[in-house]
Design a protein around this ligand. Sequence first.
Ligand code: NAI
Length: 252
Amino acid sequence: MAIDFESETAVVTGAASGIGRKTAERFAAEGANVVVSDVDADGGRETVERIESDGGTATFVETDVSDGGDVEAMVAEAVDAYGGLDVAVNNAGIEGETDPLAEVPEDAWDRVVDINLKGVWLCLKHELPELVAGGGGAVVNVSSIAGLVSAGGVPYVASKHGLVGLTRVAATQYAADDVRVNAVCPGVIDTPMVDRAGDADPGAIEQFVGMQPLGRMGTPEEVANAIVWLCSDEASFVTGTAYPVDGGYLAQ
Ligand code: NAI
């Protein structure tokens, strides 16, 4: 079977909410042991309960992805719990502020870049050796349309572009080890992040959604479908891509 993660182990960061939660649930439904990682312990435990009540297997590890010690411990716990690592989805991220470039406070820049970009590098740094040790695997980094065009706040766009570059270099360095590394670039997806952005600037989200030719927001399930496919054997010759899941936004 092409999409089958039976007895494989998948770690999903930012899995307490939105795209990460749906991705964790989908991997569990496909048979994977899922490590639910997030800085939000209540939400993370709720994701585990949802998976277990559907008959799946999951464990929660409280992790701040911008902290190298936390990330190292997260990967070690995954390996201890399930004997190895086969799939990693580096999804945790924050939206940050949308101040004009010259008005972005330095600490606001640092916070977004630390979580969205350095956090993914830290995850890769600890995940990739485990994937190699297990004979190969697949990684998806969650970037954004803001990783390919200027569509968002300054640190957000910069961090998500950086993530595409990080994905490409990881894909080329680890291809010989049978590890595939891709990014997904979602458009506007109906999650708590977008609810918060809508509260802060009600017109902005409507405007973005209006620019998506399919004429609606995407759902977290639609992004999870793309992530699971990219991690599956059906995508066995796909690596180093920045794969849009954007209702056609980038096609214009
Ligand atoms: P969300 O806000 O619902 O979920 C993000 C999760 O990341 C939360 O559970 C949060 O606690 C966690 N998180 C935040 N900082 C963390 C940290 N330092 N360490 C560990 N976990 C942390 O947001 P959503 O929409 O599900 O976003 C998921 C990813 O998708 C993000 O990387 C976001 O940038 C990206 N994305 C979202 C889009 C959207 O329209 N919703 C569009 C394009 C990309």
